[in-house]
Design a protein around this ligand. Structure first.
Ligand code: ADP
Length: 541
């Protein structure tokens, strides 16, 4: 019966480190003042405390461990998940004249020898050493050298970057991160600093437990990105060609060749959308996991240097994107969770200038995403949270982030579609239709049949037509509106999704959920919000 770790949140450490920290900040990093929480974090690390830092992308997490690494004697160990991130960091630090090295698969024999000597005997200058988590979990040789470094009193601190990767509840779990707990066990007196841009309360607790830092000081900076404008647009409505709309947007709003990202669901879709954008005169290329590392690197580089305006990517276009002037992030389809969406959309506007995050939503995209989520075992509720975000026509989009990450509300300042201009909607009583859907499914399931969402939509419409019930309140629901209703019923637990693996795919079906009887008896009031005209067409930004 272990007590849950409770972090200290009201840290008011001494500021005895201030003058040295200020000198180093200015003289080495050329930074004129600290940003929110940086000073406090640095002081906590310098005082030997374990620290958990939650700070939005672009908030300046690196400085929080790099500066103490310079101030403290010895070698700071930094664990980071991605080679490209590590390379960037080492290059940057080297340019500032700081002895920074990395020990990865790309390290030369010569560098490796230098690093091991420094760890072993304290020979040669080594202030910051970056490694991937595999080094900790898989290299006995490295761990024994590190032990020697510690034994000789030369290990200054341990930093765990992208610490959410520790937790299975996080959006980017990495198995090798699970073994990082060994570090605190082996080096209990060395301060550990764990950093991430996003962690729900559950993920925070989880990673504190896994890293063995139950008494850490926790610094949570807001998840709010005030310069980002969030909006959701309908992907499907009659006569609408989304790709034209995206191309117009890129041409219109971004006439200065401002760069952006378009996220797609699949590799195939990525290539297709990139091609269709090019056909419309936009400089676009794709990026996904089926390409080799060199090809991916080339696309990324061209985009970073503004030789390419738009990257059309899958989730594989992920961590390590440091381009500050990304003006828009468009989701051609839904992300798999609020966290993923927050991260992906958050690649816009790191320079603090106004930028837009646009998500194209249609209920029909949900089954393929839910099959994937089911297959990857990463939580249907996470997906349903982002679906709720998309389906809400009234609530501030920002408030969904605050709620999700357990933070107090802040003013949106009209920086989302719902706060800025809202969407005109009519509310339809769909209790009767929910009843029909429940009875349809009940009949089917009694006959051992099942239906995909599309099949259910068709059956429903056929039934309404056959019954001649043209004067019921919502008998004229369009196809997409029926889809929307089915999704609403899934979110309300009247229905649920079920999945079946085949050799080729995971198929999603819609079946009766825990509250189906209430719906069948007409006791479950169902209100469907139908948008009038198109979303986001009033006003505009
Ligand atoms: P994160 O890791 O939190 O996404 P970084 O550490 O990469 O962010 O920092 C983002 C950018 O902000 C970097 O270019 C960094 O040099 C800069 N930066 C960090 N701290 C400050 C500061 N106090 N003042 C100005 N710029 C800063």
């Amino acid at each position: 019966n272990k007590a849950a770790p409770v972090a200290v949140e009201d840290w008011s450490g001494s500021f005895e480190w201030d003058s040295r920290a200020d000198d180093t900040r200015f003289n080495i990093f050329g930074i004129s003042s600290f940003r929110a929480n940086q000073r406090e974090i640095i002081n906590a690390v310098m005082s030997g405390r374990d620290v958990l830092v939650i700070m939005a992308a672009g908030g300046g997490k690196s400085l929080c461990y790099q500066l103490p690494a310079i101030l403290r004697d010895g070698v700071a160990l930094v664990v980071s998940p991605l080679l490209s991130l590590i390379q960037d960091q080492v290059m940057g630090l080297t340019a500032l004249g700081i002895p920074a090295y990395m020990l990865t698969s790309t390290t030369s024999k010569e560098d490796e020898k230098y690093i091991y000597k420094a760890l072993d005997k304290g020979e040669g200058a080594l202030t910051i050493l970056y490694v991937t988590p595999e080094k900790i979990s898989k290299s006995k040789r490295f761990m024994s050298k590190l032990e020697k470094c510690h034994h000789g009193g030369r290990l200054s601190l341990v930093a765990i970057d992208e610490a959410h990767c520790c937790s299975q509840w996080g959006h980017d779990f990495r198995p090798d991160y699970k073994n990082l707990g060994i570090l605190k066990i082996q080096f209990p007196n060395i301060p550990m600093i764990a950093l991430t841009a996003t962690a729900t309360y559950k993920v925070q607790t989880d990673l504190m437990e896994m890293l063995h830092i139950p008494k850490c000081v926790k610094f949570v900076s807001t998840v709010n990105r005030p310069n980002l404008f969030y909006k959701v647009l309908d992907k499907s409505s009659v006569g609408k060609v989304v790709i034209d709309e995206i191309a117009d947007y890129i041409r219109g709003s971004c006439s200065n060749n401002e760069s952006g990202i378009v996220y797609c669901f699949s590799r195939k879709e990525c290539e297709q959308v990139a091609k269709e954008l090019r056909d419309r005169g936009i400089s676009a290329d794709y990026y996904h996991a089926d390409m080799d590392v060199v090809a991916r690197g080339k696309v990324h580089l061209r985009w970073s240097k503004n030789k390419l305006q738009v990257i059309v990517g899958t989730v594989a276009f992920g961590m390590g994107i440091n381009k500050p002037d990304v003006r828009f992030v468009i989701h051609h389809s839904l992300s798999k969770s609020m966290e993923t969406y927050y991260q992906e959309s958050g690649r816009a506007g790191r320079d603090g200038l106004p930028s837009e995050c646009i998500l194209y939503f249609r209920p029909g995209d949900i089954p393929r995403q839910s099959s994937m989520v089911f297959y990857e075992n990463c939580g249907l509720q996470n997906l349903y949270d982002i679906v709720r975000y998309c389906q809400s026509n009234r609530k501030c989009r920002r408030s969904a982030f605050f709620q999700h990450f357990g933070e107090a509300m802040q003013d949106c300042n009209g920086m989302c579609d719902n706060c800025a201009y809202g969407t005109e909607i009519k509310e339809v009583d769909a209790t009767y239709h929910a009843k029909i859907i429940a009875s349809l499914l009940h009949d089917m399931q009694s006959n051992d049949q099942r239906a995909t969402m599309l099949q259910l939509v068709d059956r429903f419409r056929a039934k309404i037509k056959a019954s001649g019930a043209s004067n019921t309140p919502a008998s004229d629901l369009k196809k997409e509106e029926v889809e929307q209703l089915i999704i609403l019923l899934i979110l309300d637990r009247v229905l649920k999704e079920e999945f079946q693996h085949t050799a080729y795919a995971t198929n999603a079906y819609v079946t009766l959920g825990p509250l189906w009887k209430q719906a069948l008896q007409g006791k479950k009031a169902v209100k469907l919000e139908i948008t009038i005209g198109q979303r986001g067409n009033k006003g505009g930004s």
